[in-house]
Design a binder for this molecule. Structure first.
Ligand SMILES: Cc1cc2nc3c(=O)[nH]c(=O)nc-3n(C[C@H](O)[C@H](O)[C@H](O)COP(=O)(O)OP(=O)(O)OC[C@H]3O[C@@H](n4cnc5c(N)ncnc54)[C@H](O)[C@@H]3O)c2cc1C
Length: 498
């Protein structure tokens, strides 16, 4: 089957042929793409570059989803890494991803993904995306994170511009609501609603789902996530529409229980806040009762910190004393907070930001541990017992409870004492729809649902049980590479279909 001839396709798309009622519209295209975040925009441009007519639907009034806030993308054996003489190989990366997920991920899918990542950086550069540097997520981590200029919003704007210049159609404020599926199981389009609630029927030869997961759907979170109560960051619009549409069409589930557990933080407080940064450190971590529950160096690989906090109820106090605060102000913090607050940042804005934090209720200070217990609600006897035990471990440079590295052990002795409340947070969900190594959606018996593809957070197969921080930038990479592969596969499928 041939693609719609460009002129005809544009005319048909613009003319909204054969409406069922005055307000309803019918459009025709080769590929309909649901969601204009990183997966959807990568798919849109890739499909258009290959000559397919594309209509992309976006539920919100702007494109970008959570991708617009992101800092960088993972790749292995990229030109930038070679120029830096950085030697991580695709084989090593593949093994690390699979082992990190205890081989619960899909080996063929992950291999295809890893193989694609370097050429995707070339592709982004060819489309005008500029990269500033390679970065790692924690000290001694892998330098897979290719930091782009202008954050996600910057490169997405370039992709949108290119997409529209190439004749692609973007419909904002237009949520997809259901797939059009024939009795033969083949997906042939999607139904959407415009901003006035009118129905739009989009007939297409393939559909790519990239709606960003279900981080804003409380019901689905309760049903599928192990720890549903975490604070989801920037999850607007992520109500699981794509996952539900695919399941309704017969898709199998994959990785639905996985979420991107993030570095714990004070609820609703930005990354650059220095009172928050003072606590996103491996100081003494106590549960709401005042009991220590973890080797605090899990903050180096923060999905671990998220997991530990989630299983301990989702809230904690990070406790340190004046000596540790002085150290952070004069020597800098032990752990960076993303790209924006790098390691060794001196907390010179701490004092000016303290009053607001205290007023908001998530930062407390007291001259005694009894006073700190009163201010925080921790039980004084439990708090004092834990501080005493921890101070003893600091003195002998050995954590007899959780074997924490002595490098990060600082006693809590010099008043005043500080306690900052952090909650478990998540960057979103990381699975739901089972795909194969062409990013086709598959049924429980692994046969593909013809014409249907999924990418980004909607698709399972990459993350075994936890967010993979070793490969910094992996979720954007999962979206962009998946979107591109889905588009390439969809174009091949359309060309080969009778
Ligand atoms: C603050 C923050 C920073 C991050 N930084 C990084 C980083 O540096 N590197 C990294 O690897 N990951 C990062 N992530 C994670 C990353 O942003 C996501 O994993 C990634 O954007 C997921 O891509 P996606 O295409 O699946 O979803 P998104 O990029 O979120 O896009 C999904 C889009 O689908 C739309 N949509 C939903 N339902 C419908 C519907 N029914 N019809 C039409 N459209 C619909 C949504 O409105 C949204 O625009 C970060 C996340 C956050 C919150």
């Amino acid at each position: 089957m041939k693609f719609l001839k460009p002129v005809l396709a544009v005319a048909m798309a613009a003319a909204f042929a054969f409406p069922a009622s005055a307000a309803d519209k019918v459009m025709n295209t080769d590929i309909a793409i649901i969601g204009a975040g990183c997966g959807g925009m990568a798919a849109s441009v890739a499909a258009r570059e290959l000559g397919a007519q594309v209509i992309t639907l976006e539920k919100q009034g702007i494109i970008g989803g959570t991708c617009k806030f992101s800092e960088g993308i993972m790749a292995v054996e990229s030109k930038m890494q070679r120029d830096w003489n950085y030697g991580l190989t695709k084989d090593e990366a593949f093994q690390r991803i699979m082992r990190y997920g205890h081989w619960r991920g899909n080996g063929r899918v992950v291999r295809t993904f890893v193989e694609k990542t370097a050429s995707t950086i070339d592709w982004m550069q060819a489309n005008g995306v500029e990269f500033e540097k390679l970065f790692s997520n924690y000290p001694d981590g892998l330098y897979t994170w290719h930091i782009y200029k202008g954050r996600g919003a910057g490169w997405l704007a370039k992709y949108l511009d290119k997409f529209q210049k190439m004749g692609g159609t973007l419909l904002l404020n237009t949520p997809a609501t259901e797939l059009i599926q024939g009795k033969d199981g083949v997906v042939r389009g999607v139904i959407a609603k415009d901003k006035d609630g009118n129905k739009i029927t989009i007939n297409s030869k393939a559909v790519i789902i990239a709606t960003g997961g279900f981080g804003a759907n409380e019901e689905m979170k309760k049903k599928y996530l192990r720890f549903p109560g975490v604070d989801g960051l920037a999850q607007t619009g992520k109500t699981g529409d794509g996952v539900q549409m695919a399941w309704k069409a017969g898709a199998a589930q994959d990785g639905t229980e996985v979420q991107a557990s993030y570095r714990p933080g004070p609820k609703g407080v930005g990354t650059t806040n220095q009172v928050a940064a003072s606590a996103k450190q491996p100081h003494l971590w106590l549960n709401p009762e005042g009991d220590r529950f973890v080797d605090e160096t899990v903050m180096l690989e923060w999905p671990f910190a998220g997991n530990a906090l989630e299983r301990n109820g989702g809230k904690m106090w990070v406790v340190y004393d004046q000596a540790t605060l002085d150290y952070m102000k004069t020597q800098g913090i032990d752990l960076g907070v993303g790209v924006m607050v790098p390691v060794a940042t001196k907390l010179t804005k701490f004092d000016s930001e303290w009053a607001a934090a205290e007023k908001a209720g998530w930062a407390k200070k007291a001259d005694t541990l009894d006073g700190l217990a009163k201010a925080t609600g921790m039980k004084a006897d439990i708090l004092k017992k834990n501080v005493e035990e921890y101070n003893g471990f600091c003195d002998i440079r050995h954590d007899g409870l959780f074997a924490k590295s002595p490098k990060y052990m600082r006693p809590v002795r010099k008043a005043p004492f500080y306690a900052i409340q952090l909650v478990a947070t998540s960057l979103g969900t990381l699975g739901g729809i089972k795909i194969d190594d062409k990013w086709e959606v598959v049924r429980p018996d692994d046969t593909p649902i013809k014409g249907l593809y999924a990418a980004g957070n909607d698709a399972g197969g990459m993350y075994g049980d936890s967010y993979d921080l070793i490969m910094a930038g992996s979720t954007i990479a999962w979206g962009v590479n998946g979107g591109k592969i889905a588009a390439e596969s969809a174009v091949k499928y359309i060309k080969n279909a009778k």
